[in-house]
Design a protein around this ligand. Structure first.
Ligand code: SF4
Ligand code: SF4
Length: 160
């Protein structure tokens, strides 16, 4: 650009007007910002959140304490023990510890589970204020949604 061209461009504040035009265009366009935490956006269907234990339609636990997930996990997230009660058809876990801070969300545990008991939830809020808060025991593994949030929030965590 010639010297005269550069002079005219700066004299008529062309760059500033261009910038203002962008501001005005965005000001009147549809807003995409979500006012978190008041508004929580649903993650995508395929999103991998914290793994949870699930029950069947009748409320029966699906986990049979086979430890396949424990064997598949490369980062030793699990510590599972199980017992078959007298007269029961299947074994149930008596201990099911899971460490969130070790999980790489690889999905091996979910893939190998024969009963579809362990699955990724869509919970993406993973923060805890101390390491103990990231260790889940058997009842905690069934928590979902806001219950899980209360658990992870140290201020409202229940005594163990
Ligand atoms: S997702 Fe991977 S790292 Fe996390 S608990 Fe399952 S197997 Fe372990
Ligand atoms: S969650 Fe699934 S793989 Fe893990 S112990 Fe229970 S039934 Fe077995």
């Amino acid at each position: 650009m010639s010297r005269i061209g550069r002079f005219l461009k700066s004299f008529f504040l062309v760059d500033m007007l261009r910038g203002l035009a962008v501001t005005l265009r965005l000001y009147f366009s549809r807003k995409v910002t979500v006012q978190y935490p008041e508004q929580v956006q649903e993650p995508a269907e395929r999103f991998r959140g914290i793994v949870r234990l699930y029950r069947d339609d009748k409320g029966e636990p699906l986990c049979i304490a086979c430890k396949a997930c424990q064997r598949a996990c490369g980062t030793n997230c699990f510590d599972i023990e199980g017992k078959k009660e007298e007269g029961a058809k299947v074994m149930r876990p008596t201990k099911f510890d899971w460490k969130l801070d070790r999980c790489t969300f690889c999905g091996f545990c979910v893939e190998v589970c024969p009963t579809n008991a362990i699955r990724f939830s869509r919970e993406f809020r993973l923060t805890g204020t101390d390491k103990d808060g990231l260790l889940f025991h058997l009842p905690d593994m069934y928590l979902a949604g806001e219950d899980l949030q209360s658990y992870l929030c140290a201020g409202c965590r229940r005594p163990r």
